[in-house]
Design a protein around this ligand. Structure first.
Ligand code: GLN
Length: 197
């Protein structure tokens, strides 16, 4: 059974834990840098990216998280988590972790539309996926080795760059665990490859 961490500083942590367990993997709360030892992949949840960033700095987790990424571990950012992963942010000089080759714009579906649901087709992952968007960001640009997995109303809302997966919405807020299962599978394949090499 693979161990999937959930960055547990703020945000929709519990729902990810439920979804991970529903997919038959072990969920581990990551509250401090040492919690990264022994996990095989990490989910960065939705919430408030600026608050999470403040807590990451406060607990000295920035460097350990970057090392975890550079070691090749799979990481999945949902909503604010995608903002944390992105290499660059529209209207901001600095990124946060800056490890995934995407440019992300925050709160980009308009203030008047705070939240909405949409049924999405996610290439190679799921058809008719019920996606919940809450003050969601979107991806404005992807690097050449980053695959766009889903667009909604002409905006990129999910992408993958090898080990990195990111989406604008909250896949953990419904009982549909197909996206979490896709990430668990990514982590399992990563572990198998590690055993081989
Ligand atoms: N708007 C939030 C941010 O910028 C993200 C919202 C979410 O994660 N649901 O961090």
């Amino acid at each position: 059974m693979v161990n999937i961490g959930v960055l547990a500083l703020q945000g929709a942590v519990r729902e990810h834990v439920t979804s991970i367990e529903a997919c038959g993997a072990n969920a581990v709360l990551v509250k401090r840098a040492e919690d990264l030892n022994g996990i095989d992949g990490l989910i960065l949840p939705g919430g408030e990216s600026t608050t999470m960033r403040r807590l990451i700095d406060l607990y000295g987790m920035m460097e350990p998280l970057r090392v975890f990424a550079n070691e090749g571990h799979p990481m999945f950012g949902t909503c604010a988590g995608l903002i944390l992963l992105a290499k660059s942010l529209v209207n901001y000089d600095q990124s946060h972790l800056g490890v995934m080759d995407v440019t992300v714009e925050r709160n980009s579906f308009g203030r008047q539309v705070d939240s909405f649901e949409a049924n999405l087709t996610i290439h190679g992952v799921a058809e008719d996926f019920p996606a919940v968007f809450i003050r969601a960001p979107h991806i404005t640009e992807v690097g050449f080795n980053t695959e766009v997995l889903c667009e909604h109303n002409g905006r990129i809302v999910m992408a993958q760059q090898g080990q990195f997966l990111g989406c604008s919405f909250h896949p953990e807020l419904t009982d549909d665990h197909r996206i979490t299962a896709y990430f668990v599978n990514l982590v399992e394949n990563h572990m198998k490859q590690k055993v081989k090499t």
